[in-house]
Design a protein around this ligand. Structure first.
Ligand code: DGL
Length: 270
């Protein structure tokens, strides 16, 4: 089974393109909505929450976990890979994130070597996108901007309102003068504001679609690793777990993604 982990609902922006591209697989989605947002939390706490999520997903039958959450990918992915994939489990299980596929795509996309990254405070402070981009091409200039107020606006369904737009513009303004030609919306929620981001940044800046990029890379990964692929069930089952109100989760999914899902099960982590 493929496990998808996010701090809450936002990971559906990654889940949706994945199931569209790879519909035959069984999926288990875990959104830790009760403890979201992760974006303002410390690295230690994000690692602890991520460990609990990984243990839950492995226990419930996932053999491949995707960290859809940028914040958890930035702060905890390496940690959980080291903790859970060493030794006898190494061949049986995998944990992948969104960050490396998107960083690779950004490096491929930029023509002028100026890349922008927006994300939660934790993601931006970790500088992990910058690190990954520089591993591929050290001379690229990376301009980063934390946008902590966007997630609450989106969660409240206020993101199309003028207030949200003016906050977005305030965040993007410093990036405009850097002449970036590629922008990474490094947060699960930002695809829900992609139209506004594209409009403000203009045609000269390519805005990457993290969910679609991750889905494409996952497909390639499974083709390259038949030993993993052969262990994944393919019965089109989809199960959702949340640590908060399941009804709210279902409503959010239907409202923002037009996806009809079974009522998620409410669980406790930790
Ligand atoms: N899922 C988080 C991310 O992609 C955004 C929401 C949060 O801060 O928990 O960074």
């Amino acid at each position: 089974m493929i496990g998808i982990f996010d701090s809450g609902y936002g990971g559906l922006t990654v889940f949706k393109p994945i199931i569209e591209l790879l519909p035959e697989y069984d999926y288990i989605y875990l959104g830790d909505s009760a403890r979201a947002p992760y974006g303002g939390r410390s690295g230690e706490v994000i690692k602890k929450f991520s460990e609990e999520a990984v243990e839950f997903l492995f226990k419930h039958g996932a053999n491949l976990i995707i960290f859809a959450c940028n914040t958890a990918s930035s702060l905890a992915l390496r940690h959980v890979q080291e903790k859970y994939l060493k030794g006898p489990n190494e061949r049986e299980r995998k944990i992948l994130g969104v960050l490396i596929p998107v960083a690779e795509e950004a490096v491929k996309t930029t023509k002028n070597g100026h890349i922008g990254v927006i994300g939660t405070k934790a993601t931006i402070q970790s500088k992990v996108y910058e690190t990954e981009i520089h591993k591929l091409k050290p001379h690229i200039k990376v301009f980063q901007q934390a946008c902590p107020l966007l997630v609450p606006f989106i969660e409240e369904n206020w993101h199309k309102k003028p207030e949200a737009n003016s906050i977005l513009k305030k965040y993007l303004l410093p990036l405009k003068s850097t002449h970036i030609d590629t922008l990474i919306p490094g947060c699960t929620h930002y695809p829900l504001m992609i139209g506004q981001i594209e409009k403000y940044m203009g045609k000269k800046t390519k805005i990457l679609h993290s969910g679609e990029i991750t889905a494409g890379k996952l497909k390639e990964y499974l083709e390259r690793h038949p030993e993993i692929d052969s262990k994944l069930a393919k019965n089109k089952n989809r199960t959702f777990f949340t640590t908060d109100n399941p009804r709210r989760f279902k409503e959010f999914t239907e409202q923002h993604f037009g996806m009809k899902i079974k009522m998620p099960a409410q669980i406790e982590l930790g």
